[in-house]
Design a protein around this ligand. Structure first.
Ligand code: SAH
Length: 405
């Protein structure tokens, strides 16, 4: 076996690693003392401070701006099949309470960096697992991971959805396919708090479903004042929020999405949850245009949900993203009836919670709507945020109530 490579950091660059941040950027490495061209891409390296002191061990990729992702800070850890299996088992064990709840059959088993397994996502949909390998370091141990997961979880099948563009930053192509066991059915029907949702793991978003909105769905299911309400669900995807609102008594739900296949899934979701007396509309349109149309028609709603895709993919896009968030929130505030609710989200990691709240505030002022925040929403416990890696907090939601008559 080849000897592990050694990566030496510049003086002063050890602090983030000592404080549990999982990334070593290219600029932190002392290239005069690190023989990067001798290190096998994807292999395990030791990270040392400028004096040669051991900081941690991780996997290396010379093609990525994130040169090393830290796996362990324990010098006695040998990163091999047994180590990977233990890490997976620990991550799975942290979800035991969720797993015991027979009313939730889909959840995230491994949340990458925040579970000590950088670059790896594992989601469970009933008896199938879907994995996403975001990095070269994970790609090279995929067989080990699949074997361990099959053994630890005993699923019917393991499917890979590594068709994510971040892989290009790692110099690796996108890939999908069955890795183990059976091919999943076209739609896996998962259940969650008495609701059922169809999940398309082959072409659905993320690994098939927005598992990260579980707590927001729970909020909608239990909010005590939805009976008889008219709901506008923007960026509806598979209609999960609409189904929850309908289940909780809403009179009508309008789903707006620019994808026809998403709207088809939404029809299936509403159908599965026996909420047929509810008036349903499925609108294939751009939300920015549709909200303007409703404003011009003077149509109004009691609850408007805004859960757009990520607007900011990098720091340089934050300003444009802020304008986008402000625009849709400004329009939504104008469409709310007195006392109405706005449930608004941002999943852009680059737009932090403070900034997002300021944007929503600005939108309310421009719309001449005074509003209260009545609830804060965030990613659920199976999408943890490492304290030393605040970048992993990406999902922020506010429920605002505009002033009544
Ligand atoms: N709220 C959903 C997830 C939303 S994902 C849930 O909980 O499941 C974002 C959705 O917005 C996707 O379905 C995508 O097709 C849609 N979308 C993206 N840009 C859009 C736009 N400009 N107008 C309308 N829909 C858009």
């Amino acid at each position: 076996m080849a000897k592990d490579g050694i990566v030496i950091l510049k003086q002063g660059r050890e602090t983030p690693i000592q404080q549990y941040h999982p990334w070593v950027f290219s600029g932190a490495i002392d290239t005069t003392r690190t023989h990067t061209d001798e290190i096998e891409p994807g292999s395990i390296v030791d990270i040392r401070d400028y004096r040669g002191g051991f900081l941690g061990r991780g996997y290396f990729n010379p093609q990525s701006a994130i040169r090393v992702r830290v796996l362990s800070r324990d010098q006695t850890d040998a990163i091999g099949p047994a180590w990977w299996r233990i890490r997976l088992a620990q991550s799975i064990a942290r979800r035991e309470a969720l797993a015991r709840n027979s009313d939730v059959t889909a959840y995230r088993l491994v949340n990458a960096e925040s579970d000590g397994l950088p670059g790896l996502i594992v989601d469970r949909y009933r008896d199938y697992l879907v994995i996403q390998a975001l990095t070269l370091g994970i790609d090279v141990v995929k067989d080990i991971l699949v074997k361990a997961l099959a053994d630890l979880v005993n699923p019917a099948g393991i499917y890979e959805r590594s068709d994510v563009d971040v892989r290009s930053k790692e110099g690796i192509p996108e890939t999908t396919g069955v890795l183990w066991g059976e091919t999943p059915p076209e739609h896996i029907i998962i259940s969650e708090r008495g609701m059922q949702y169809p999940v398309d793991v082959f072409t659905g978003h993320k690994t098939g479903f927005y598992l990260d909105q579980r707590d927001s769905r729970g909020w909608l299911l239990t909010y005590p004042d939805l009976a008889g309400r008219d709901v506008l669900n923007c960026f509806s995807y598979s209609g999960a929020f609409s189904a929850c609102a309908a289940k909780n008594g809403a009179r009508s739900v309008v789903n707006v999405d620019s994808s026809e296949s998403a709207l088809e899934l939404a029809r299936e979701t509403l159908g599965l949850n026996a909420v047929s007396p509810v008036e349903q509309e499925y609108v294939n349109a751009d939300v920015f245009d549709q909200l303007r149309e409703y404003r011009d028609e003077e149509r109004d709603f009691d609850l408007i949900i805004l859960d757009p895709p990520k607007f900011a993919h990098s720091k340089s896009q934050v300003e444009a993203a802020a304008r986008g968030y402000k625009d849709i929130n400004w329009l939504a505030f104008q469409l709310l009836r007195p006392g109405g609710l706005l449930m608004t989200f941002s999943c852009s990691g680059q737009v932090d919670a403070d900034l997002f709240q300021k944007i929503v505030f600005g939108a309310s002022v421009d719309a001449q709507a005074q509003a209260q925040i009545i609830h804060w929403l965030a990613q659920p416990s199976d999408h943890p945020v490492l304290l030393g890696f605040p970048e992993s907090r990406y999902l922020k939601g506010l429920v605002c109530q505009v002033a009544g008559l």
